[in-house]
Design a binder for this molecule. Sequence first.
Ligand SMILES: [Zn+2]
Length: 257
Amino acid sequence: MRKKRSNRRRGGQTGKSLRQQFVDFYYHPYCAVCDRAVQPPLPSPFVCRDCLSVLPFRMDREQISWAHPWRLFATFYYREPLRKMIVSMKFSERIDRAEAIAPFMCGTLVRNQIDVDAVIPVPLHRKRLSERGYNQADLLARVIAREAGISVVDGVLYRDIHTDRQSESRTVKERRRQLADAFKLDQRSPLIDELRGRQVLLIDDVLTTGATLSAAAKPLDEAGIRVICMVAASDKEKYQGYHEIIKDWTSLLDRRI
Ligand SMILES: [Zn+2]
């Protein structure tokens, strides 16, 4: 929700108001996909109408089934042009991409009637964080929390075990074993007691095997915190549509014969 500024035009606010009018008139946000000016209002202030129509929304497949007790949602498939936006957010310091992506994740919350008390980003190990300088999950979490009017919980969940990039390419089984106890709660944090019995949204950028997200959810759940998992993008169940098309196509062939 944006605050209206029109009631502050009188008195000492004249200079500021003129400057604001200038900014409003000449400045348009630019599309995070194609770099053209965006003419609001649109669901994300940083995605233009044309690019909106090609984003890989999951829509009625936002809720994903997996082998864990926590509900899991993904807003997009991990396909272009969304993939490019996430890669640049993650590796090219385009932290502004979070402002473009996260409003759509808020839409997923609303569509699925998800009511949470706080947002927790999946943390990076401190070594990875110092290499990258920021946590992309944290960027998304902050925009979602701001839009939903709730808080981001810092310093409760942390990543204790660092996995190098080579280990990320190992088998799912090996990776899961390695990650199983990778996340811990800082038992000194008074927030643990405050969150007990409440519902939190655990946020990550991309879900592949689900090993990281489920490992992060585990200690929260063990502390009595109710967890809902959410990612910007996942290709899980991506081929369901393809299989449906093939099935439909073969049944048409059968009918023709
Ligand atoms: Zn665009």
